[in-house]
Design a protein around this ligand. Structure first.
Ligand code: LLP
Length: 430
């Protein structure tokens, strides 16, 4: 049975799974497997649930492009009015290609290269979220060279525990991210004196897949304490950015709703007489696209164990297509596209063809499976395709968007030949 967090998935009368009414078996027949399938309606609804929660309060949602950077997804979000949080020159180029407004782009990340900073300043993006003193100096030099004034936010590290997986926790002082919040006033002073830099805001992002709102409130409080110091110094700000991180339900989590998240941060920020007048920015990634996508895969072989050992369902998707289970031990729901009443459910290890024991998509799943059946891995719209690789020389999956009852191929499956276009065999080996 499909649970609520994926309202766009349903079963037809014949029990076949569909996404927004489009049978997933038809997608497999048309586009083969493995294939990522997304619902544009689910993305739009998630976006609208955030904007609705803000009501009249001035805000900007900057979609974290890294969650899913397909041009069609970016174009959809740009049309809905989203801005974008980027972390590379590549993501900047994608957003511009998809029609994103440069002024609504914020550029995060600890390691911006000189060429990327130049590219961002030339494009006229809204803000660079700066993560170190050295980065500030580099941006200033490049702005001077280009004869522009760089819009700057300092990404501060508020030392707040996001209580999430350690790999995706970013707001603790031991993490590489941001400027320790106690050093921020000094850096703001330094920035304010530099004619090539213009302070526009404060930024922080404490982690991803948060299932509790209290760390967001704690981070907001710390940002306000910093704001008080800056006000005393006469430093003016034009926005506050509290990052992304709202979790989604993969199995049995109980994440806050969009309204819980927005209300939590707004209720802290709007107690402050100056902060309440500043536009509030959020950088959600997973929340907008995660629940909207599934990874569709086909069972190649069943290796049932005759006795007590594990039974393996070997499917055509693997850790290179969806890395989250292997990398973080993430548990993602897996369902049969058409539950076959003819076979009884068994307990399966759902694994891919890659030559690593870490290549699993799910452990101990109770599923009624036969060879050739389709399965769907749910909640795969975020950090699925965007983290896929070509390990084992596997072309990355196709991506399909269901929009208004039609299935659009938004990325063709990679051909094998395309995987070595940048490789060269030295002449003496030929
Ligand atoms: N802003 C910044 C500066 C970030 O670093 C991130 C995510 C976001 C916003 C968006 O966070 P979200 O709303 O999606 O939680 N690959 C991991 C997640 C890595 C998140 C990295 N930063 C996963 O699959 O769980």
């Amino acid at each position: 049975m499909i649970r609520l967090p994926y309202p766009h998935l349903a079963r037809n009368a014949d029990q076949a799974l569909n996404l927004d009414g489009y049978p997933l078996s038809h997608i497999a027949a048309e586009f083969d497997t493995p294939t990522y399938v997304y619902s544009s309606a689910a993305i739009a609804q998630a976006y609208q649930s955030l904007t609705a929660a803000f009501g009249d309060r001035k805000h900007q949602i900057c979609y974290a492009v890294k969650a899913n950077s397909n041009l069609a997804i970016l174009a959809l979000l740009a049309k809905l009015g989203a801005g974008f949080d980027i972390v590379s020159g590549g993501e900047l180029a994608r957003v511009l290609k998809a029609g994103g407004a440069p002024k609504k782009i914020v550029f995060s990340g600890v390691g911006k290269r000189a060429a990327e900073i130049r590219q961002a300043l030339e494009a006229g993006i809204g803000c660079l979220n700066v993560e170190s003193v050295s980065e500030l100096a580099r941006i200033s030099g490049i702005a001077q060279e280009l004869g522009v004034v760089a819009p700057i936010s300092l990404r501060v590290n508020p030392d707040v525990d996001a209580k999430t997986h350690p790999y995706i926790s970013t707001g603790l002082k031991d993490n590489k991210f941001g400027i320790p919040i106690e050093q921020a006033p000094d850096l703001y002073r330094y920035t304010a004196r530099d004619p090539h830099l213009r302070i526009v805001g404060i930024d922080c992002h404490i982690g991803s897949q948060l299932t509790d709102v209290s760390p967001f409130a704690a981070a907001a409080e710390r940002v306000l304490a910093l704001l008080d110091v800056l006000i005393l110094e006469g430093i003016e700000l034009h926005h506050l950015d509290l990052g992304g991180g709202l979790g989604i339900r993969y199995t049995d989590e109980h994440p806050p709703t969009a309204a819980d998240w927005v209300n939590t941060v707004v209720s802290v920020i709007d107690q402050h007489p100056i902060a309440r007048r500043l536009p509030l920015m959020l950088e959600p990634g997973r929340f907008l696209v995660g629940p909207a996508g599934v990874l569709l895969s086909r069972v190649e072989y069943l290796k049932p164990h005759p006795a007590e050992g594990k039974s393996f369902a070997i499917v055509d998707a693997a850790m290179n297509d969806l890395m989250r289970p292997a990398l973080y031990g993430s548990v993602m729901d897996i369902v049969a596209v058409r539950p076959l009443p003819v076979c009884t459910p068994a307990v399966w290890e759902i694994v891919g063809p890659v030559c690593e024991t870490g290549d699993f998509l799910g452990h101990e799943r109770h599923l009624a499976l036969a060879e050739g059946d389709l399965i769907a891995i749910l909640g795969a719209g975020a950090y699925g395709f965007s983290m896929a690789s070509n390990y084992n020389t596997r072309g990355r999956p196709a991506e399909v968007l269901i929009d208004a009852g039609s299935a659009h191929l938004i990325r063709a499956r990679e051909t094998t030949e395309s995987l070595w276009v940048n490789e060269q065999i030295p002449v003496n080996y030929q």
